[in-house]
Ligand binder design. Structure first.
Ligand code: MRU
Length: 340
């Protein structure tokens, strides 16, 4: 099952806000509707957002009535501007848009442009799955037989086109015959860990236990965790990594308890144009996500709420970064990306 797919002139995607209760697919026929589902977190996870952004341009192209290549390019640029304003932290969304726009520039007329855009989008989606499988292979080597892995948020097939990044490594270890257990944080406020990771792992029959975000210190102190594997939304050139809020706390605890802390992410998440984590824009989301749970008010009316969606884990707390091209220490990231 792919989390999102280009079908005809539409994008069909899993509505992740309904899981684990309901597995429902929704259809988007315009870049505007894709921008909306991204903002509403119906589709989320850095690699999936990269592909959704690219698909938004394909849908814009396929449904356009314009007869001139220049006019279509203009429409695509306007659609890309809209998508760019949805979620600022993840690198992949911007990479996906730029790749499609660059491909479109090479086309001569409207029909060729539509064809080129669709071809590029299909390539991006297929490359995502391939990269995840490669990452899985590298990541699986870091997981010993019988290990318990702590993960945060959702880095599975739902966060990508298929297979997953950190969850992909866990899946790959299992496919290689290793016994693996997973502990996942619930990941407040939107509970991607409790809702999505637990749902995916249950389907895969990988043993999983959900803990509250606040229970990580206790679990480490009791020796319940052998290693941490998380994803990333953007990795700066110095190896600092932005990921779901709460990741930094886990990394500090991992250091204190000498638990290896791995970030598993494709090279498309590594942004060499952003020198350090400090320069990564952090998305702040609506306070109602914290104020309410399951439709019920938790926070008294009128009390201030701060809802950062991501935090930055400094490179010094990261044992290694697992990519589709291999495993690298954050301090060696620049040479690695230059292919040295
Ligand atoms: O706000 P979300 O759910 O989009 O955040 C997702 C994460 O932080 C993931 O850990 C990250 O995108 C890596 S997904 C392979």
């Amino acid at each position: 099952m792919r989390t999102l797919e280009l079908r005809g002139k539409s994008v069909v995607l899993v509505d992740q806000t309904l899981l684990p209760g309901k597995l429902k697919f929704i259809k988007c026929n315009s870049a505007n509707s894709i921008a909306r589902v991204i903002r509403e977190m119906r589709i989320r996870g850095a690699p999936a957002l990269g592909v959704a952004a690219a698909m938004a341009l394909a849908v814009a192209a396929l449904n356009s009535g314009t007869k001139s290549g220049r006019a279509l390019l203009h429409e695509l640029r306007r659609a890309a501007d809209k998508i760019r304003r949805t979620r600022p932290t993840g690198a992949n969304l911007f990479v996906g848009l730029n790749r499609v726009l660059k491909a479109a520039l090479k086309a001569g007329d409207v029909e060729e442009m539509k064809w080129v855009v669709v071809r590029e989008v299909r390539r991006i989606a297929d490359e995502d799955v391939r990269a995840n499988k490669r990452m899985g292979r590298h990541g699986a080597r870091l997981i010993k037989n019988g290990a318990t892995v702590l993960t945060h948020c959702n880095t599975g097939a739902l966060a990508c086109v298929d297979y997953g990044t950190a969850l992909g490594a866990i899946r790959a270890a299992r496919e290689r015959g290793k016994r693996v257990r997973v502990i996942v944080t619930e990941t407040r406020p939107l509970c991607q860990g409790a809702r999505l990771t637990a749902w995916e792992l249950k389907r895969e029959r990988i043993p999983v236990t959900v803990i509250t975000d606040g229970a990580v210190g206790h679990a480490m102190e009791r020796g319940l965790i052998d290693l941490v594997m998380v994803g990333a939304d953007r990795i700066a050139a110095n190896g600092d990594a932005a990921n779901k809020i709460g990741t930094y706390t886990i990394a500090v605890l991992a250091k204190e308890h000498r638990v290896p802390f791995y970030v598993v992410a494709p090279t498309t998440t590594i942004d060499m144009g952003t020198p350090t984590g400090e320069k990564i824009p952090i998305e702040y989301r609506a306070s109602r996500e914290v104020e309410f749970m399951g439709g019920k008010r938790l926070v008294p009316k009128g009390v201030k709420v701060l809802n950062p969606a991501f935090d930055i884990t400094p490179a010094r707390l990261i044992t290694a970064i697992v990519t589709e091209r291999g495993v690298v220490k954050p301090s060696e990231l620049k040479e690695f990306m230059l292919g040295r």
